[in-house]
Design a binder for this molecule. Structure first.
Ligand SMILES: [Zn+2]
Length: 336
């Protein structure tokens, strides 16, 4: 697979819409722009084709730096331009561009390794991967390390952070091996505030001399970790509200992302003998009984839990999951 290289931000970016991106970037592209500080800020953009916030960040950078050097060098990977042209996360048969960063066989994995090696050799100051999600979520940053620099990057973006070490194949996890890295989730693609917040983070990091070496204050960042995925049993029908399906999910759920729900909170109703709402950990161990109980037809929490990434999209729920259950993660005062 072809990787184009550019040493400037094309001003033509300002004249196109997200789905016209291949007029400027016909193939995945690695852009390097020299700035006053040499160690580059690495940006991963358009890894998912329908997540347009990163496209608008590219436009903003082109507006500022097409003709003026940035305060710090930039290295920008523009990923799945074919999916962006089609307006989808990825094309049928394509690998997910955020699951290719831990090696593997095939041209796309080789392309990712080329980008990774080029970035590593440039000793990046930091890495930011820019995404959107489908449900109504607050903006949050994901980190894969407890080191202060990574946590500060996340805290610069939002007071809500998520820590994960699985899946191993994401861009930020691969980059965490050699620089502070964060994945930012900027709300839905049409969320203008998410675009502004992403631009502000990139701008702040471009102007920074160094990232702090102490932990951020706990009031600046609440870090969560995933304890389980909530899914609907295969073969069971479901909907939000009571529509005669096997499982009627509460219509309130969509507004509960990153809010702690108390024990007893109702998630839905079902007359099935086994609850169609299931919780699994990352090893597919069934944790349902730890989180949910049934009282007649009502499915409710047995203990306080914080859901995240609840999607209203029934197709996404069917293919992936309804949401994740999170718990706050204390972070150490000092990490060597
Ligand atoms: Zn994404």
């Amino acid at each position: 697979m072809r990787l184009d290289r550019l040493n400037h931000l094309p001003a033509q970016l300002l004249d196109i819409a997200p789905r016209e991106i291949r007029r400027v970037f016909p193939h995945p592209t690695l852009i390097t722009v020299e700035g006053r500080h040499r160690e580059p800020l690495f940006l991963a953009t358009v890894l998912h084709g329908n997540e347009t916030t990163s496209f608008y960040v590219l436009q903003d950078l082109a507006r500022r730096y097409a003709h003026t050097p940035p305060p710090r060098s930039l290295m920008i990977f523009v990923g799945n331009v074919d999916a962006a042209e089609a307006g989808v996360r990825r094309l049928p048969g394509q690998h997910d561009f955020n699951r290719i960063w831990a090696g593997g066989d095939g041209p796309l994995f080789e392309l990712a390794q080329t980008v990774l090696q080029t970035a590593r050799d440039a000793r990046p100051f930091a890495s930011i991967d820019i995404h959107n999600n489908t449900g109504t979520n607050p903006h949050y940053g994901c980190v894969n390390s407890m080191r202060p620099a990574a946590l500060h990057l996340a805290a610069l973006f939002s007071r809500i952070g998520v820590y994960y070490r699985n899946p191993l194949t994401t861009q930020s996890l691969a980059f965490t091996a050699f620089c502070p890295a964060v994945t930012i989730e900027c709300g839905r693609p049409d969320d203008a505030a998410g675009v502004t917040q992403a631009i502000n983070l990139v701008d702040a990091v471009l102007h920074m001399d160094h990232l702090p070496e102490r932990m951020p204050a706990p009031s600046d960042l609440t870090l969560y970790e995933t304890v389980g995925r909530v899914v609907v049993d295969e073969g069971r029908s479901f909907s939000f509200g009571d529509n005669g399906t096997d499982l009627a999910l509460s219509t309130e759920l969509g507004r509960m992302n990153f809010s702690e729900m108390p024990a007893g909170a109702i998630w839905g109703h079902s007359l099935c003998s086994r609850s169609p709402l299931r919780v699994y950990d990352e090893n597919d161990v069934d944790l349902t009984d730890q989180f949910f109980s049934r009282h007649d037809a009502t499915i409710q929490l047995t203990r306080a839990a914080t859901p995240a990434m609840i999607t209203p999209d029934l197709e996404v729920i069917r293919q992936d999951c309804l949401c994740y259950l999170m718990q706050p993660l204390p972070y150490p005062e000092i990490v060597q």
